[in-house]
Design a binder for this molecule. Sequence first.
Ligand code: NDP
Length: 234
Amino acid sequence: MARTVLVTGGNRGIGLAIAQSFAKQGDRVAVTHRSGDAPEGLFGVRCDVTDSASVDAAFAAVEAELGPVEVLVANAGITDDTLLMRMSEEQFTGVLDTNLTGAFRCAKRASSKMLRAKWGRMIFISSVIGLYGGAGQVNYAASKAGLVGVARSITRELGSRNITANVVAPGFIDTEMTAKLPEERRTEYRKVIPAGRFAAPDEVAGVVTWLASDAAGYISGAVIPVDGGLGMGH
Ligand code: NDP
């Protein structure tokens, strides 16, 4: 059955791969983008997840064009890495505002329509760093760990209404975000990843589409790693 899907930050990287994967299976897919054009073949809405009016307007545009959002993929995210002693309060709250509060804004906006429909899927794109930690990533790790609490609380609140909320925790995926890492750090990470490599965005997308499927209807509040074994036990 075709669903209406909204992927935040779906104009590039992991979000784009997720959006394309839903589109390929015949779903009605919308992506948010902050600047530039929407990717070809997908319905694009401008949205900055740090602004609740912008989130509301984006949902309204999707509802008018494709119907109420049945599957929300909260994927938009940023890094602003630096060591704790050098991290400004703005660097901390800025990352939290996008990665954690941004996901909250979208989940809250999506929830009323999902409740009415008595069906919904929320998938939060976290990171292995959320539970593993990362030097220089106090802000990012806190934001990504916070998504686990968000998904688990939504599961307790809305689970009886056929609404699931899950977390996908990717490891190192080849996108612009990881391209920013210095080569020596990329090499170091490769050595500790049991799979011995970074993954392609498609390898995350397959898990997300599966979580939104009927086959995964009894999975909620779960944290699913897609990390080549990096985070085992965390
Ligand atoms: P990219 O940097 O390639 O893309 C980030 C996306 O988020 C872009 O579409 C960007 O939009 C969007 N975005 C950022 N800030 C906002 C905002 N305020 N409002 C709306 N959209 C915003 O990242 P990835 O594809 O690598 O990452 C996607 C998600 O996966 C992120 O949440 C990231 O933390 C997570 N992740 C990534 C990993 C990796 O190895 N790459 C590993 C683990 C998790 P725009 O183009 O307009 O800037």
